[in-house]
Design a protein around this ligand. Structure first.
Ligand SMILES: Cc1ncc(COP(=O)(O)O)c(C=O)c1O
Length: 360
């Protein structure tokens, strides 16, 4: 859809990346960093200064104590996910993923010849804990849970996380891969992270991305946390996949985290979501609840009989607004009436897109 947007000159609310620059402080720190000794390999597990900063973030945000040794700096969350699956999942294992699912899970599972078991959200795009429980078997080696959730823009609330954790406690051999790249863009304000559940810590791998937290997707720096015995296995893959991650990027991020206020992130994106939703208040598109990430889903069933893919193409070509159809995130498509709009854009872009969409 981004390619089509570029070709047609449409406003691009499709691909999920910020349409505004990183802060001047961040740029200045990067420029200063370049003059330091940051041009050779960084340590395999990541710069200690950066892992110390992350350790403090995890402590402050979740009151969870981990050591720097429990943290691995990765080339974005994508590498973290791939590395974890390669390290822990074997041929014939089952891996449970929740549809609509972020697109890098399935290829990682397929490559190790494991079986991906897909469980869909319910029709209102809520977590279906009953369906997850039905799909878990003694062969389930891993479950991947993304919360706050892309592409739906929902946050699975604490009550649902509590029941999910209750179910997972019955499967002590199942690893939990928590894709929490939008952990700080949570408008519910409830403690929903897996970091709050100590009963799972011995088999929990949490993944985050500075691409999302610092509005810098192009830096491709993320991290994962895992207990010692799991980290040992993960490092065996990491060593020969990337060995180590960009030294100057790690160094600049470690410095910037000293002044960056993570707590402001949710309010920052909430304001953008409100601009978009207010600008769509007179639209015939139905806004689905949005409680996190930088994605707003709209229901198109009131305005067209077309499927979401055809409608998204029509919208881009004929009206000049590019979006993403939600059905592409499903293996078997239960419905095709939702589009995803990315609101990590400047106000002018959001208002312009809102104006166009209101005329439909
Ligand atoms: C749910 C989810 N997981 C992982 C990623 C990948 O993050 P990164 O760019 O750090 O590889 C994204 C990026 O859009 C995402 O939305």
């Amino acid at each position: 859809m981004s390619a089509l947007a570029a070709e047609t000159g449409a406003i691009n609310l499709s691909q999920g990346f910020p349409g505004f620059p990183v802060s001047e402080d961040f740029k200045r720190i990067l420029a200063d960093t370049i003059h330091q000794n940051v041009h050779q390999y960084a340590p395999m597990q990541g710069l200690l200064t950066l892992r110390e900063q992350i350790r403090q973030v995890v402590d402050q945000e979740y009151q969870r104590k981990i050591g720097a040794g429990d943290i691995l700096i990765t080339a974005g969350a994508t590498q973290a996910i791939f590395t974890v699956v390669q390290a822990l999942v074997n041929e014939g294992d089952e891996v449970l993923i929740i549809d609509p699912a972020y697109d890098c899970y399935r290829p990682a599972i397929d490559l190790v010849k494991a079986k991906a078991v897909h469980v869909s959200l319910d029709n209102e795009l809520r977590l279906d804990v009953g369906a997850i429980e039905d799909a878990l078997t003694p062969k389930t080696r891993m479950i991947i849970v993304n919360n706050p959730h892309n592409p739906t823009g929902t946050v699975f609330p604490k009550s649902q996380m509590d029941s999910l954790v209750g179910v997972l406690e019955k499967y002590p051999d199942c690893f939990i891969l928590a894709d929490e790249v939008y952990e700080f863009i949570n408008f519910l304000g409830e403690p929903v992270s897996f970091n709050y559940y100590p009963q799972l810590f011995d088999r929990l791998i949490c993944i985050s991305s500075f691409g999302k937290t610092l509005h810098a997707t192009g830096w491709k720096v993320g991290y994962l946390t895992a207990p010692d015995k799991i980290m040992k296995e993960i490092l065996k893959v990491h060593q020969f996949l990337v060995f180590s991650v960009s030294h100057f990027a790690q160094s600049a991020i470690a410095e910037y985290l000293k002044i960056f206020d993570i707590k402001e992130l949710a309010g920052f994106y909430r304001a953008k979501q409100e601009i978009l939703s207010n600008s769509l208040s007179k639209s015939s598109l139905k806004l689905m609840p949005c409680s996190g990430t930088y994605f707003q889903v709209v229901d198109i069933s009131g305005v067209t009989d077309m499927g979401d893919v055809d409608y998204a193409i029509w919208l881009t070509k004929e009206k000049g607004v590019a979006t993403i159809p939600l059905s592409v995130f499903y293996t078997s498509q239960p419905f095709s009436n939702y589009l995803r709009l990315c609101f990590a854009k400047d106000e002018e872009t959001l208002l312009k897109a809102g104006d166009i969409l209101c005329q439909i």
